[in-house]
Design a protein around this ligand. Structure first.
Ligand SMILES: Nc1ccn([C@@H]2O[C@H](COP(=O)(O)OP(=O)(O)OP(=O)(O)O)[C@@H](O)[C@H]2O)c(=O)n1
Ligand SMILES: O=P(O)(O)OC[C@@H](O)[C@@H](O)[C@@H](O)CO
Length: 441
């Protein structure tokens, strides 16, 4: 299936609630202060992200690292996770020559920092080798060279700063360190005729994952000394460190989120996790209206049941403006169709923060109508459609939910849970096809 880099359509089925992977959400910014969090790293660390593959096993024309989710290529999520780590000095992204221009465009579009792009090789080892050599280039002064190099597949977007810290410190102490995961399937050896020769005792083995860390000298020497056969057929950097530098890597079991996007199903799983992460926090703007305030408890209960955080505030004025940088999603409860101006204010404020490109927010207008109010005139429903079309160009998705008879307390109590359920579904599903629609609760 030829998927344009612009989007990956998938029927991402829930893959279960993910552990919070990686800090690619701006809200994690405070956590990247390693000093405050007790993560002291007093030596220079660089990263090599091999991204020079073609992703054949996905069956797609677009290499998986460039497949997009919610308008953003997978590799951009991975880069952002690393660039947000303050103790990482620089990131070398290794891509196939024919993809270097596209990679530069991605860096520019998503304003990635600390990133250098270099050409990859015909195999993963050759690409990683190119990345390591680039860190040691002549023009870099001796103190520019890193003490530790973290190597991480660009198609493993969900890595956490805590784990990176463990790998970096272990690599500095031991010379090499690697992430492992328990084996899910037993490993068996086959005869040349394709029959079972023997099976390995699974408890004694682990899956080697990424990130891996090395002192610069170890990984540099390992690639200087390894053979052409290693470069052509090898898949394990830790092996090169042992074989050519006598360095036994420290092995650290990592979280389940370290998995590598390899097959098409992994793209769907990655999209589902990214959506989950972007839908975690929402701000309910009740205004000063009684029904709006009354709806708070109902929404809190509904969102809480879905493990979605909901903060309730009257508006985004004053100190509450901080939510524009913090929460990714907003629900504006209002009475009159004229209150679309409140929605417009949110859209303008969100646009001004320039966050939407990296963290596309959802804005939902909940319109509480009194029985005597006529249904929105065509012009008014066209207004929300127009607003939504403009907002979508800025990666902001706007939806509407209309509730009738809200002055009738009982009726509102009955419909509020439904409204909350619809709002949480819109936030989680983020379907661009529904923007501007005025759903009826
Ligand atoms: N010549 C290569 C081959 C792979 N990689 C990178 O190494 C990582 C892990 O490799 P893999 O999952 O095998 O990626 P592909 O080789 O692209 O996948 P496939 O084998 O399905 O083609 C990926 O980020 C991939 O882009 C690389 O930098 N250079
Ligand atoms: O073999 P592939 O190119 O699919 O993926 C590379 C993986 O082998 C590698 O990332 C880990 O096993 C750690 O070495």
């Amino acid at each position: 299936m030829d998927v344009s880099p612009a989007k990956v359509q998938s029927d991402a089925s829930e893959v279960g609630r993910p552990v919070h992977p990686g800090g690619f959400l701006a809200g994690e910014a405070g956590k990247s202060d390693h000093v405050k969090a007790g993560r002291i790293v007093d030596f220079p660390v660089s990263v090599v992200l091999p991204a020079g593959g073609t992703g054949e096993r996905t069956g797609l024309q677009t290499p998986k690292q460039f497949c997009s989710f919610l308008g953003r290529p997978l590799i951009s999520f991975t880069i952002q996770t690393f660039e947000r780590v303050s103790w990482i000095q620089n990131i070398v992204v290794v891509v196939a020559k024919e993809n270097m221009d596209m990679m530069m465009d991605i860096i520019q579009r998503f304003q990635h920092k600390k990133v250098q792009v270099i050409p990859g090789g015909s195999t993963r080892h050759r690409s990683i080798c190119n990345g390591v050599m680039a860190l040691g280039e002549e023009e870099r002064s001796a103190d520019d060279k890193p003490k530790v190099v973290i190597v991480h597949d660009a198609v493993r977007p969900f890595v956490e700063e805590d784990f990176l810290h463990k790998i970096a410190v272990a690599a500095k102490e031991q010379g090499a360190a690697g992430a492992t995961r328990p084996l899910v399937s037993t490993v068996i050896a086959t005869t040349s005729e394709g029959y079972l020769d023997h099976s390995l005792e699974r408890a004694k083995y682990r899956a080697s994952e990424m990130p891996q860390g090395f002192t610069y000298d170890v990984i540099y020497q390992a690639y200087q000394r390894c053979t052409e056969s290693d470069l052509e057929f090898g898949t394990e950097c830790l092996h090169l460190a042992l074989q050519y530098c006598g360095t036994n890597a420290k092995l650290i079991e990592g979280p389940p989120t370290l998995w590598k996007v390899t097959y098409k199903r992994d793209l769907a799983a990655a999209e589902s996790i990214i959506k989950e992460m972007l839908s975690q926090s929402t701000c309910l703007l009740t205004g000063e209206s009684t029904p709006g305030v009354r709806s708070a408890d109902v929404f809190q209960k509904a969102f809480g049941a879905l493990d979605m955080k909901l903060d309730v505030i009257p508006d985004l004025m004053g100190d509450n403006a901080r939510y524009l940088l913090k929460a990714w999603n907003f629900i504006q409860v209002s009475f009159h169709s004229s209150c679309l101006s409140e929605v417009e204010d949110i859209l303008v404020a969100l646009d001004a923060t320039n966050q939407a490109l990296l963290h596309p927010p959802i804005v939902i207008w909940v319109h509480l109508k009194r029985t005597d109010e006529k249904s929105m005139a065509l012009a008014e429903s066209a207004t929300i459609m127009n607003l939504a079309s403009t907002a979508k160009l800025r990666n902001i998705l706007l939806y509407g939910i209309e509730v009738h008879g809200s002055e009738d307390t009982d009726r509102w109590e009955r419909s509020a849970p439904k409204v909350a359920e619809m709002a949480s579904a819109l936030i989680r599903d983020r379907n661009p096809a529904l923007v501007g629609q005025l759903l009826q609760a």
